[in-house]
Design a protein around this ligand. Sequence first.
Ligand SMILES: Cc1ncc(COP(=O)(O)O)c(C=O)c1O
Length: 359
Amino acid sequence: MENIFIEHLGFDLDQLFLEFENKRFNFDFIDEFEHRIARFIGTKYALVTSSGTAALTLSLKSLNCDKNSEIIVPACTFPATVNPVAHIGAKPIFIDIEIETYSLEYSLIENKINKQTKAIILVHQFGFPAKYTNEIVQIGKVHNIPVIEDVARSFGATISESKCGSLGLFGCFSFNSMKVLSTATGGAITTNDEQLYLKCKTLRGYGDVNKVFIEAGYNFNIGQFNAFIGILRMNKLEKNIEQRRFLARLLNYELSHIPNISLPKYNSDYVYQSFPIILKNKSERNDFISFLKQKNIKAYINQVVNCEPYFSNVGVISDNFPNSHFVNEHIVCLHWSHLFDQSFINYISQSISIFFNGK
Ligand SMILES: Cc1ncc(COP(=O)(O)O)c(C=O)c1O
């Protein structure tokens, strides 16, 4: 087993550990990783966590959200956006999405705000900056409601040269293996608010400040080795994001002749965590996904959260979410990576052309 892995890794794992061990005793990788994230995102503080779920949980907890709180969330997102809301006992208030960047439709938000509303979570989906981020941040300001950006999938995406994760009160990131910046597992919070940063820091590590326990904290710490990987990854981040964009532009061009699908537009602010395709005919989706699987092309779909069994049972308001349901039935997301090359993109585009031309 070990040989198989080492062959495929193409480098000496012992050498990597040696490098890590040599530096570890007089170097704090977590500290360095946090500084680099804060500098890159453009916030005063960054705090690395064990996951994106942990980051979202800490941000809600630090705002004292509890069972009396309502939190506005998109109806169509990966359920991990909403799980932390449920964990703290608060009520998720689902809102439909817009169809260009698959994020909150801002015009529907104000109707749902009331005295219980304690936060708005907007999601930057698939590596796309949420279309209405500025409008939503503005709504938050007017009503004095904190905006939490779920940037799990969009590390490095920008809006008018500001990085996603620097525009709301908090940015919450994931570094799991499907993400633009991956430390295998991990996450981070960014913020400019010192008090909230300190509160999240206390809650992240058991609840103590200098060994005096002042909160019932979590263990949401990340390991030094994950932070070491994160630093190595950040050194190549800009290059990797450029490659993701280049490949997305290429596939976009190569698939543009197929009338049965809509493609994500090319935009140099996007970081393309995934490549979502909307099928005109939803009845083709299962066959399409099976076909891609046969061709070893990884693909997945995106959930409408309130239709998932858990959330449909917790008594959340069940509105009509036409865009979320449309996306839920028509989307196929291609797994995306900076490790893909031009010939793999040609292979994907030829495979997809065969599927639709064969119809
Ligand atoms: C939109 C979104 N939010 C939050 C998360 C949670 O991140 P993690 O898996 O690191 O807990 C994910 C994970 O895939 C996600 O896609």
